[in-house]
Design a protein around this ligand. Sequence first.
Ligand SMILES: C[S@@+](CC[C@H](N)C(=O)[O-])C[C@H]1O[C@@H](n2cnc3c(N)ncnc32)[C@H](O)[C@@H]1O
Length: 296
Amino acid sequence: MTVTIKNSATVGELIQAVAARLDNADLFYGHGTDNPVDESAALVFHVCGLDHHQAAVAYRQPVAVEQLERVDALLTQRVESRKPLAFLLGEAWFAGLPFNVDERVLVPRSPIAELIVNRFEPWLDAQNVSRILEIGTGSGCIAIACAYAFPQAEVIATDISAEALAVARSNVRRHELAARVRLVHTDHADGVAGEFDLIVSNPPYVPAAERDELPREYGFEPALGLFSGADGLDSARRILQDAPQLLSDHGALVLEVGAQWEALEHAFPTLPFTWLELESGGEGIAFIAKADIHVR
Ligand SMILES: C[S@@+](CC[C@H](N)C(=O)[O-])C[C@H]1O[C@@H](n2cnc3c(N)ncnc32)[C@H](O)[C@@H]1O
């Protein structure tokens, strides 16, 4: 796989050429970007060390020969292996922040990012948020982005995977947030004490039957991050059961279940979930206040 492009190309021209090659390959997008152009831009910007906030200027810059060769090598790997680009780069962006990633964690892509950046308004009063619990933190992206969005808050983030927590730890260090983000190795929130104003979770929720139908890209991610019982809702059920004991009186749960949202409604017909609408797309994120969570 060679990118057909002259050595004096600009960043913009290289992005176009790479996007065309990606478009011709039988790839799945959905691990951080959702189309060939955005994936190409992520690859080229990463290799060239460019800032996404300076995109207009960056597009006119020339690309060095070594950068062109590096882009070409990564493009070949992406197309031949089908490994998600974020794993090839060792980095993913979430809520405008960079995170270390590898095959021990899910590639950060939750639509919850948009809610975090907006400090969960109008659903939460940010003034009232001083303790946040994230269940199933993976790379730590949600917990860390929450710590940025709520600079006064303490964040506790759990995961059952020690491997994932090692990646999360590297990200807590990278963002110098060890004083406010505590990582706990446990099953859901077992042993976690105290009350929280917000519980946020993007648990595994892919139904077992869909395992063999997933695009090859998903095979590079840990099964623990994807699957949770026959209907995909084992983890969500557990979180709903535990939440009332963990939330403060004005607290609320934000729970992502993606395409399983109708199944969750059927499983808990008396719970008044609010399904949040997002400008950047995505579905299946429920908001529910503590006062409304009655689970037997
Ligand atoms: C869908 S991933 C989400 C990761 C990260 N929060 C994100 O949004 O990118 C789900 C995470 O939950 C963790 N997990 C699965 N079962 C768990 C359990 N019983 N207790 C705690 N964490 C669990 C997985 O290891 C994985 O890191």
